[in-house]
Design a binder for this molecule. Structure first.
Ligand code: AMP
Length: 550
């Protein structure tokens, strides 16, 4: 007689946290088999009701780390929510992120009585007000909209026992600190606070000190700032060829979904138009997402991208924040971000949850400084991909060993000059006024001028790429151009000042100026003076004055 053996239950890694059955069911339905490291570390503390500071990046599974224990608590002590009194509050910096968190919570509370609501700017108030009045357990919001609702009495936080702050660093960067503190003030003393941030800096540390009580600290260990599932590539391409290169990549690379980054909203629209034209006869659909598009439109664009109807999405940094779309195989930096931090956020859209991803950055000579900053931040030397028809050897060499970008001398003359050849430049030293004795002060000024002129012949700076030096004659980038413009104006101003400044004036000229100046003053003082208390500062006397001078 054969003995019947009960089928052995396969141990499930998430069982150890003590989640309610409904949550375990959802986790299984989602296909999660093992907790991510941040989930392993954070969930026990959040379940225990301890305040927590978690350092983890997008893609680490942090949303589950804070959401699952919160849902679990609500299921465990379930009672119908009072109108306008959420019991869990989740704050995140962007609309996209709160929507994404809301979706996650929806999925994981399916089949339970837990109700959640997302409120964010750009959506109409009335449906939000109605739902809040009806009562929600979890409120997921951006700070601005929450403050609005609190101000009009639609949200009251006296029953809120769990306060979660996601992407605290970004929240601080975006200037939401006062809103966060205002929200915190209205919470009762016995609430739990859970804070997550991608980075730890002094501002985040200070905020955590203000918000958390006896917190536990967990940090997802990482070798690099970006996930090691991402391959980074650099393509040297001139600005004028970037679109052609992008088209060729989109045609030839095995792309599942591509997120292409442009720096400006107009740039994103323009690029989207060009790509749409190029792929008009193909089934490839392209769209653009940026802050000028209405919330509804943005949601639709994201849905199409998520569902794979749109294969290529051109985005700006702000619009792309919090995009959680599976299957982005490529992130293409059509333009490098000005802030190196944004590179991390951009490429974080690919290579998520263990999948691999490719990040390709187009780089023209004017991007070299930005690239250097990025490499410093991510601690990776980005490999140059020369296998494309627009590749050119940049005069800057990308020194992989030293991690530096060096510029070969473009103008050999600059170096010859520096090697001591007498050139016209040297004659630019300020001339001594021949017709006057050189005083002590003047001597000093002239010495300074001489030093300056000599300094300009030194090679030290000329072999380094200086993005503010327009003499390199790069293909201009509008943003850098703007930055350069400012600096060069300043430079120009100071040059002009030097040109016409006291050093260049002869004593006779100075005497002449001195002679003229008092006269002018006397003329001004000679005008009828408007007096009379603070009226003197009001525009009226000024007008009277102008009329009087006519
Ligand atoms: P997050 O860092 O919260 O934005 O999560 C990134 C992605 O990882 C999301 O698509 C999650 O659904 C997914 N994810 C979270 N936890 C796990 C897990 N334990 N196993 C597999 N995927 C997960």
């Amino acid at each position: 007689m054969t003995q019947q053996v009960a089928p052995e239950e396969t141990p499930f890694d998430f069982d150890k946290f003590g989640f309610e059955k409904a949550i375990i069911r959802s986790i299984k339905n989602e296909g999660f088999s093992t907790p991510t490291p941040i989930q392993d570390m954070a969930i026990p503390f959040v379940m225990a009701g301890t305040d927590l500071m978690g350092i983890a990046q997008t893609g680490s599974g942090k949303t589950a780390a804070f959401s699952l224990p919160a849902i679990n608590k609500l299921i465990h002590d379930y009672r119908k929510p009072d109108p306008n009194h959420p019991r869990v509050l989740i704050l995140a910096p962007t609309r996209e992120l709160v929507i994404q968190i809301g979706k996650f919570i929806d999925q994981f509370s399916r089949g339970t009585s837990v109700r959640s609501l997302v409120v964010a700017g750009g959506q109409s108030y009335q449906p939000q007000i109605r739902k809040l009045k009806h009562g929600v357990d979890i409120l997921i919001s951006t700070p601005g909209r929450l403050i609005d609702h609190m101000g009009s009495g639609n949200v009251k936080l006296e029953h809120c026992h769990t306060f979660i702050l996601d992407e605290a660093d970004r929240m601080l960067d975006m200037g939401f600190i006062d809103d966060v503190k205002e929200v915190r003030k209205t919470l009762t003393d016995d609430h739990q606070t859970v804070m997550f941030s991608a980075t730890m800096n002094s501002k985040v540390r200070k905020l955590s000190g203000e918000l958390l009580r006896n917190p536990e600290y967990v940090e997802q260990e990482r070798k690099t700032v970006v996930a090691d599932t991402i391959t980074h590539k650099l393509m040297n391409v001139r600005r004028k060829n970037k679109t052609e290169l992008l088209i060729s990549l989109l045609k030839n690379e095995p792309i599942e979904k591509a997120l292409v980054f442009a720096r400006t909203k107009m740039g994103a629209d323009r690029l989207c138009k060009e790509l749409t034209q190029a792929f008009a006869d193909t089934p490839i659909r392209i769209d653009a997402i940026h802050g000028d598009k209405k919330q509804r439109t943005r949601e639709k664009i994201l849905l199409n991208f998520r569902k794979g109807r749109t294969k290529v999405l051109v985005a700006t940094d702000v619009a792309a924040r919090g995009i959680d779309v599976d299957g982005i195989s490529h992130v293409i930096n059509y333009e490098l971000p000005i802030e190196a931090e944004n590179y991390v956020h951009r490429v974080g859209r690919t290579g998520r949850a263990g999948e691999t991803g490719i990040a390709i950055s187009f780089c023209d000579p004017s991007d070299m400084r930005l690239l250097k900053d990025i490499e410093k931040l991510i601690k990776i030397k980005v490999e140059i991909d020369e296998e494309h028809q627009y590749h050119f050897e940049q005069s800057e060499t990308h020194d992989v060993n030293k991690g530096r970008v060096r510029r070969k001398p473009r103008n050999q003359n600059r170096f010859e000059k520096s090697r001591g050849r007498k050139t016209a430049n040297e004659n630019r030293r300020p001339k001594q006024p021949q017709d006057e004795p050189v005083g002590k002060k003047q001597k000093h000024v002239n010495k300074r001028e001489e030093n300056k002129a000599n300094k300009s012949l030194k090679p030290a700076k000329s072999n380094r790429y200086d993005p503010l030096d327009s003499s390199f004659g790069f293909d201009e980038d509008p943003v850098l151009q703007k930055l350069r413009g400012k600096a060069s104006k300043r430079k120009q101003k100071s040059e002009n000042e030097t040109e016409t400044g006291p050093q260049k004036q002869t004593q006779n000229e100075r005497k002449e100026k001195k002679r003229k100046t008092p006269k002018a003053r006397i003329t001004l003082r000679g005008k009828p003076k408007q007096t009379g208390g603070h009226k003197a500062f009001s525009p009226k006397p000024k007008r009277a004055n102008r009329q009087g001078t006519k």
